[in-house]
Design a protein. Structure first.
Length: 96
């Protein structure tokens, strides 16, 4: 994926590839390399994977033609507020 990333971004810019596909790929690349995801598209072990700036995730998702994260993770039986609390608690453990 990383090898083809710049080419795929060009396809997105020309309309040959959807923005939502790029968003999913970016999140997967970040997850696979140990970083926080940007759009909240990755669910790992039935949990939302670590998410960058969760307060503004729906703005980023809208720009990539993705629906609200609350609706997305509900399909996995998850609640966004509960997942946020879990992620915050995990972050607090690593900073202690």
């Amino acid at each position: 994926m990383a090898y083809f990333y710049t080419d795929l971004k060009k396809y997105e810019q020309t309309g040959k590839l959807s923005s939502s596909s790029i968003a999913l790929m970016e999140d997967r690349l970040l997850l696979n390399n140990g970083y926080q995801q940007i759009y909240g598209s990755q669910i790992v072990n039935e949990q939302l994977h670590n998410l960058y700036d969760p307060e503004n995730v729906n703005e980023r998702r809208a720009k990539m033609d993705l629906g609200p994260i609350e609706d997305y993770i509900e399909h996995f039986g998850l609640d966004f507020e509960t997942e946020l609390k879990r992620l915050q608690a995990e972050a607090a453990k690593t900073t202690d």
